[in-house]
Ligand binder design. Sequence first.
Ligand code: BEZ
Length: 214
Amino acid sequence: MNDRNESAEPRAGLRIGDAAPNFSARSTMGPVELADFRGRWVMLFSHPADFTPVCTSEFIALAKAADEFERRDCALVALSIDSLFSHFAWLRLIRDKFATEVRFPVVEDPTMVIGRAYGMVARGDNDSATVRTTFFIDPRGIIRAMTCYPANVGRSIPELLRTLDALQAVDRDGMLAPANWQVGDPLLHPVTTDIEEIFSDEDAGSWFLREAPR
Ligand code: BEZ
């Protein structure tokens, strides 16, 4: 931790809409400072430990999908409490055994100062590993979505991409993304709060549930 890291204290729960705490740290791709990604989307995600089965499967899947994130102008930044040298050894093994190069930065957080600031460290756990959290941070540095999975269940990369697509679509069009929305599906209009509009609409339901033209 150094003076670029905003807080050495655990945050009492980051929420959607909060500014993502800045940090700088060593990573497998050199020094990383979160603020340097301003202007791009960032998917910051933690994993419990290097050299573990589910985490390895996630890293292989994410490395294979890295171009998809790049196409959406979204930087991938991974983090765990393991040391930089552990990260290097693990990524080397993934390359040699699974023919997959992980080229996104994997941050070391051995003191857990970043993990604690983001609420990534499991509370009450006997071991201090980070859990499987994912933060989508928008180009202004604001947390827009977050997920938390347990150590024994891996994340769905198609769902992460869908979430990113939905966040970008609602920002672009000022609309809402309904359940199971995928790129190409209609978005929904935000709800009117004008009672004249609500009473004058011929269709009793369309004031609160109305598809936008594609
Ligand atoms: C895994 O990635 O497979 C894993 C990590 C920590 C605890 C259990 C499983």
